[in-house]
Ligand binder design. Structure first.
Ligand code: ZN
Ligand code: ZN
Length: 621
């Protein structure tokens, strides 16, 4: 193209207009453009619609343009035509002020300049950015009136805005009417339903899609991860690969989050290997999710190694590793990294502080924790939130400083929530301050009336102090209020399959072998002097079905499954949805010693590494 323009120019000198157009065609930046503009004033070409349109278009829409300069040029034009208006609308729709595009459109109609099919997509883009439903409906009416309704790109833009702003009915009506639906229209619909939380409709439409691209898979997988349907997300990811669609960084990060949620270490490792094999770039988001996945799946060494290899470490990566070390009870290392982070000039955010305070709490680093807490406002101008107060209450409570903990709860600037009272109650239980425990237990029944654990906890405290009638009363209250116990569920991830166990569960295909294995383990445990904690099971904070024999707890079934399905010496990794119960904790410690097996157990809040008869939580959880 450039050669065609240049070749005849050598033989016949160009007229000023052609020359200007040619210069504008090859213009590389604003400095050059301003020179051309000055030249146009001299030659009078500023009044010629074609060169001034080109100049305007460059300023308003090219990457090396300048929108405010475009605005000045635009204001100098006497009667701008549709092309010029469109250039400005497009420029603003891509800017930080998309509302300017809507305002321009308003002026455009005022001056009776007719819009065309290049006007609407950019207007709708602005509407999407602003979630401006009212304006969208007006523009929609305009599109129908002007007869652009069947233009695929205008329709897709409309669909996108309706779906994005949650007006799914309008979106669906439009979708039903479109003859040529392309992948973009399908994606908008799937994404709209997924984001509004209607996973069923999203899945239904997704299954009907004639052609799915990486965006389609990403939106359905992200929606599943967001809705906590991690197993479903992994399943979809396998289907995506079978369909031959190459995953990108976004979908890989989502899948890593699903692995972290499930504790599916082997799957997570597989994704990591996949990223390495494809020599894909580990961007900050992917790096951070990898660290988080390894930490949450129990491989904190690998989390550290990935962290060390991230080239540009931002706050999220530091936060992920600090929190990861914290939940493994490696508080000292977490705090060392926290200090290192601050030395490198990176300012901790609210989540980093939660991680650092959790680290101190789980590792019993009282002085360090209080120092960090006090530095939040003073040094970093970060106001402590209720989560931070919760960490400190937990920190003081665990250390037996019940009085201080209670005082903090009474003087904190916000109303204490269930988590705060819960932390205090746990401290009362561990340090056997049953009087205070009863008071707090009663408060908790009012603050958190739908949580079964609160009732069981209080009932157990009454049982411990011999007040059986009170204990029965609490249990009855729970029944009357219709509060259901959340069933305990433990899972083991093996070769890409997540095996889940409920207490007393016999649904697993190897149930027979699993129960046989557990009875063998239990026999060995008895020989070593282990007694099932009958007295302690009354005190037990555990929220699992009481009626179920303690030997059929989900943790034990999961450990037994680990024994029959892995080689001797392999680490057994179990993920539990609730707190690990005291009896299972004792059993796991003993098993780790008798069989020389490491057991890594993740519960609702933290990790337990059972090794040589001890647990990394130092029996404090
Ligand atoms: Zn148990
Ligand atoms: Zn433990």
């Amino acid at each position: 193209m450039a050669r065609l323009l240049m070749a005849p120019a050598n033989k016949f000198p160009m007229d000023p207009k052609s020359q200007t157009l040619s210069l504008l065609e090859t213009c590389s930046g604003m400095e050059e453009l301003k020179q051309i503009h000055a030249q146009m004033f001299k030659t009078g070409l500023v009044l010629d619609a074609i060169p001034i349109s080109r100049l305007l278009s460059f300023c308003a829409t090219s990457a090396s343009g300048d929108l405010s300069y475009a605005h000045l040029v635009f204001q100098g034009i006497q009667r701008p035509n549709t092309f010029m208006w469109n250039a400005m609308v497009r420029g603003y729709s891509n800017s930080n002020n998309p509302e300017e595009a809507l305002l321009l459109y308003h002026h455009m109609l005022h001056f009776s300049v007719p819009p065309n099919d290049y006007t609407f997509p950019f207007l709708l883009k602005s509407c999407a950015a602003l979630s401006a439903l009212e304006e969208t409906q007006q523009i929609h009416a305009q599109i129908l009136k002007t007869g652009f309704g069947f233009q695929a790109h205008a329709t897709n833009a409309l669909l996108h805005v309706y779906a994005k702003s949650g007006s799914l009915e309008s979106a669906h009506r439009l979708f039903d009417r479109v003859n040529q639906r392309d992948t973009v229209s399908w994606n908008s619909m799937v994404d709209g339903y997924a984001k509004s939380g209607d996973m069923e409709r999203a899945r239904e439409l997704f299954n009907q899609m004639p052609a799915k691209n990486v965006i389609s898979w990403t939106s359905i997988i992200s929606a599943c991860v967001g809705a906590g349907l991690s197993k479903e997300a992994l399943h979809l990811f396998h289907q995506m690969q079978n369909a031959g669609v190459e995953p990108d960084n976004v979908v890989l990060a989502r899948i890593l989050s699903a692995c972290a949620h499930l504790g599916a270490l082997d799957q997570g490792r597989w994704i990591h290997a996949y990223i390495d094999k494809r020599e894909m770039q580990i961007d900050p988001v992917l790096g951070c999710t990898l660290v988080d996945m390894y930490a949450k799946c129990g491989d904190v060494e690998e989390a550290l190694s990935v962290f060390r290899n991230i080239k540009k470490r931002g706050v999220p990566a530091w936060t992920a590793i600090i929190t990861g070390l914290a939940i493994h009870g490696r508080g000292r290392e977490a705090i060392d990294l926290f200090e290192e982070m601050k030395r490198t000039g990176i300012k901790p955010n609210v989540i980093t502080f939660t991680g650092a305070l959790t680290a101190c709490s789980y590792a019993g680093l009282v002085d360090e924790g209080i120092l960090i807490f006090n530095s939040m406002k003073r040094v970093y101008n970060v106001s402590p939130s209720i989560e931070h107060y919760g960490c400190v209450v937990d920190l003081l409570g665990r250390a037996g400083m019940l009085k201080e903990a209670e005082e903090l709860v009474m003087t904190m600037p916000m109303k204490p929530n269930a988590a705060i009272w819960g932390a205090l109650l746990k401290a009362c239980h561990i340090h056997r301050n049953f009087e205070l425990g009863k008071q707090i237990g009663k408060i908790l029944l009012e603050v958190d009336p739908g949580h079964s654990g609160r009732y069981i906890h209080l009932a157990n405290i009454f049982a411990t102090t011999g007040e059986w009638d009170q204990a029965v009363k609490v249990r009855r209250l729970m029944k009357d209020r219709g509060v259901m116990k959340l069933p305990g569920c433990s899972s083991v991830s093996l070769n890409g399959v997540v095996h889940e166990f409920l207490a007393g569960d016999r649904s697993h295909s190897q149930a027979k072998e699993i129960y046989l294995m557990w009875s063998r383990i239990a026999e060995r445990l008895r020989q070593e002097g282990y007694v099932t904690a009958t007295r302690d099971s009354l005190l037990d904070l555990e929220e699992e079905e009481k009626e179920t024999a303690i030997h059929q707890h989900s943790e034990k079934l999961a450990i037994a499954f680990g024994f029959i399905s892995t080689e001797p010496g392999t680490v057994i990794r179990v993920t539990k949805n609730l707190r690990v119960c005291e009896d299972c904790h004792t059993a796991a410690k003993l098993i780790s010693k008798i069989y020389s097996r490491e057991i890594v157990m993740r519960d609702r809040t933290r990790f337990h590494l059972f090794r040589d008869g001890n647990c990394s939580c130092k029996d404090y959880w």
